[in-house]
Design a protein around this ligand. Structure first.
Ligand code: SF4
Length: 382
């Protein structure tokens, strides 16, 4: 593991949130004119720290691709709620899809806005979908002894003031049968200074650990170029305070759709003591098609990357977060795509193996159901 640097060794440039394209010096007037229409539909937002890491002389810079709009987002494809999260929402901002885990949308803010976001409805609609009543959500969890894991997400919980985040996390941790508090966050990539400058964050991790809870940071690094010295130190802050760190990210066209990039990302993460967890198939959210890689190609990319990786890094699962469950892609041959329910919404689907007809253009499970009977609730929803 890379030895942590002292926090003092990192200068703390002021980080601002940039929301106007004309405040991004790296974009030419022509760039701005081309992307202005899509930025009206799904707005642009990035921390100045992250923008400063973009190599603006390279139009294909991966960090640029993550936050700067692509005019092709305007294609009329995709859904606002591609995984049908509404169906699992038991209270505003509280989802209960899998028996043991609840998902809490603690905020509808993020440090930056990923162009491929699968929850962009949170940032586009007037309707507030995030948690309104922490007490009611904690009561729900307390009344469901099967719930052992609470995933605090959003939006990004690390954009909240630390006292609000701590109050919510400690309230969920007060439920005796809750074992693990997870924080889903891209802040370590977008704005690691937010953590480096606030001792309240490691204090919160320590407070949760002192209550006997496991703490997991579910980080979201898409590309090794996001692992700058500040991000590495940010990971170290969580680890030193007692959190486990896992990484999950989507496979994104133009960002990490290259075996050598994925292999480097996973090698770097393993070197930092971070466990690669999920590589997600791009969800068919509105505006996302331009960022999607077909399932078969995605499998081939990961398969080539895995050949370079040690066993520790090979723990990553290539999965679709489908309305019926997390469907892991296990392999592809001339005729079929082999998949398995890693998590299932209904108990009968747990561990069910799917043999699906190979379609090299398919981007999502729904396009492959022809010969395989969809589970009942999906058929009903169609
Ligand atoms: S960090 Fe997650 S929730 Fe926030 S914009 Fe990116 S994908 Fe969406």
């Amino acid at each position: 593991m890379t030895p942590p640097q002292p926090i003092e060794a990192i200068p703390a440039p002021a980080t601002r949130l940039v929301t106007r394209l004309d405040r991004v010096p790296g974009l030419s007037p022509e760039d701005r004119r081309r992307i202005a229409p899509v930025a009206k539909r799904f707005r642009f937002q990035a921390p100045s720290y992250y923008l400063s890491r973009i190599r603006w002389d390279d139009p294909a810079d991966p960090l640029r691709r993550i936050v700067v709009p692509d005019p092709r987002e305007d294609e009329a494809t995709g859904r606002l709620d591609p995984s049908n999260e509404r169906a699992n929402t038991v209270l505003p901002g509280l989802q209960h899809k899998y028996r043991d885990t609840v998902v809490v949308l603690l905020t509808d803010r993020c440090a930056g806005l990923c162009r491929y976001c699968f929850r962009k409805r949170l940032f586009m609609q007037d309707e507030r979908e995030c948690l309104q009543d922490v007490g009611a959500a904690v009561a729900y969890v307390a009344n469901h002894p099967e719930v052992t894991d609470v995933l605090l997400t959003g939006g990004d919980p690390l954009t909240l003031p630390t006292d609000r985040l701590a109050a919510a996390a400690l309230a969920f941790a007060s439920v005796p049968h809750v074992r693990t508090i997870r924080l889903g966050s891209k802040t370590p990539a977008y704005n690691p200074l937010r953590v480096l400058e606030d001792p309240g964050i490691p204090d919160l991790v320590r407070a949760l650990r002192a209550r006997g809870k496991a703490v997991a940071l579910m980080s979201h690094f898409d590309h090794p170029a996001e692992l700058g010295p500040e991000a590495r130190r940010c990971i170290g802050v969580f680890q030193e305070a007692g959190a486990q760190v896992f990484n999950q990210c989507p496979l994104v066209r133009g960002v990490n759709d290259d075996p050598s990039v994925l292999a480097e990302l996973y090698e770097e993460l393993i070197g930092l003591g971070v466990t690669p967890y999920y590589l997600f198939q791009m969800r068919p959210a509105v505006g996302n098609r331009v960022y999607a890689v077909p399932i078969v190609e995605g499998w081939q990319i990961l398969s080539r990357a895995r050949r370079r990786l040690s066993g520790l890094a090979r723990r990553v699962r290539y999965a679709m977060s489908h309305s019926t469950g997390k469907v892991e892609i296990l392999g592809v041959d001339d005729r079929s795509i082999y998949a398995r329910y890693h998590r299932a919404r209904v108990a009968e689907d747990e561990d069910r193996v799917l043999v699906l007809p190979r379609d090299d253009g398919a981007l999502w499970l729904d396009e492959l159901w022809d010969q395989e009977e969809p589970p009942e609730d999906d058929a009903a929803a169609a």
